[in-house]
Write a protein that binds this ligand. Sequence first.
Ligand SMILES: [Zn+2]
Ligand SMILES: [Zn+2]
Length: 163
Amino acid sequence: MPEQPTADPATLLREHGLQVTAQRLAVLRAVANHPHGTADDIEAVVRDAIGTISRQAVYDALGTLTEKGLIRRIQPARSPARYEDRVDDNHHHLVCRTCGRTVDIDCAVGYRPCLEADADHGFTIDEAEVIYWGSCPACQEAAVAAASTDVDTISQTSTQGAP
Ligand SMILES: [Zn+2]
Ligand SMILES: [Zn+2]
C-alpha cells in the first residue's frame, strides 16, 4: 500500500467545502495522530491541544468530517465508534476482544477489497466491513500471567491441603 502524502488539514477542509475552524482542525489532527480513537479519546487530545471544547462540538466535528469523507467511522460490535483518517481504501480491522485495541488489515486482494461480491443481488455495493476478532499480544501475555498465578494458587492450596 503506497503511503499517502499527508495533506495540510486546512487545505483538506477547504477541498471538501468546509469552513476551516480551530475545532475542526484540532479534531482532524487528533484523528490523524490517534487512528481508531473513540470520541472520548479524540476529545481528550483536542482538549490538550486547544483547551476548552465541549463534547458536543467534538461530536459535531467528527460527524461533519465523517459525512464529508475526510475521516472514516467504524463501529465494532460492543465497542464505541472509532475514527480514522485512512479513508477510501476500505481496509479491514483486527480488534482485540479484551482491550479493544484496533489495527488496520490490508486486504489480500488489493484496493477496495471485497467489493466484488460473487452475487450482488442487484445492489450497488460501496462498502464492505470485515472485522477480524482476536486477542492482542498484550492481552495474551496478561492471560498467560493470570493463568500461571492461578496454577500457583492451586498448587499452594493443594500443598496446604495435603496430609
Ligand atoms: Zn488486548
Ligand atoms: Zn483503520
